[in-house]
Ligand binder design. Sequence first.
Ligand code: ATR
Length: 280
Amino acid sequence: MGNLYGLIGCPVEHSMSPAIHNDAFKEKNIDGYYHAFHVEPERLKESVEALKLLGVKGFNVTIPHKVSIIPYLDELHETAKIAGAVNTVVNVNGRLIGHNTDGNGYVESLKEMINKSVSDHKILIIGAGGAARGIYLALTHQGCKEIDICNRTVTKAEELIHECPFPNNSKALTIQEAEDHIGGYDIMIQTTAVGLHPYTDQKPLSLRNANKSAIVSDIIYNPIHTALLKEAEELGLTVHTGVGMFVHQAALAFELWTKQAPSIEKMTKIVYDKLGGTSC
Ligand code: ATR
């Protein structure tokens, strides 16, 4: 009998995780099946207990359960402790271990785009919520010191920098300050919800004064080409879409469960085919 894997979140109906994981099981000749489970917040505890009881080998965790699941797990891996959130759970002999592959998945996807080491770049993170936190801590953990954070609520950016346990020269900025100094950054990473479907014409700031050699990265992948990335393309800047982070976090989770690395190219193609976009 094959092993069961899955995703818990609310909503999960439009998730692309089942498609990419089930394809990877086939590609690797693994007898596994991945299913998306819709779990309402008030049923989280009993749902996690049920998955454990039924011997589900591993599952992903998405909005809104990434932080609230922590008390129901048996142990946290360092990645989840650092991020303060869990996106992947591994069932090890009946013990549920929480991991987080979001931050490292993002950094892996960024590394595909750049020639130099990621720590040689001056980076601006736009946003200071949960997603920004995972990326900021993964980058500083990997030795990037020159990262500033701008946010609509600047105190949240200050808090994030203050809580960072890794060496950094980070500054917290208002959106206006970031826009005024945007020419000084090599990589801009957009982590807010601004531009997400259905508000696809919105962007958090203007790239007008950005350096022509800069990379603009948006973690939103619905739509693939957000208003910010469209502006970047019009200005001739290099664009990094949210598909990269989505695929790499999934690949790292798949590896934790099966000890096998799936094809990043194949996962990427499935996502682009489903979203009807073109890669860039
Ligand atoms: P996530 O887990 O997706 O990061 P979150 O923790 O709720 O979600 O964080 C959302 C981020 O998007 C925050 O940086 C938020 O800014 P505030 O801290 O000022 O709330 C940002 N954000 C959401 N809507 C925004 C908007 N309309 N304009 C600018 N920033 C916005």
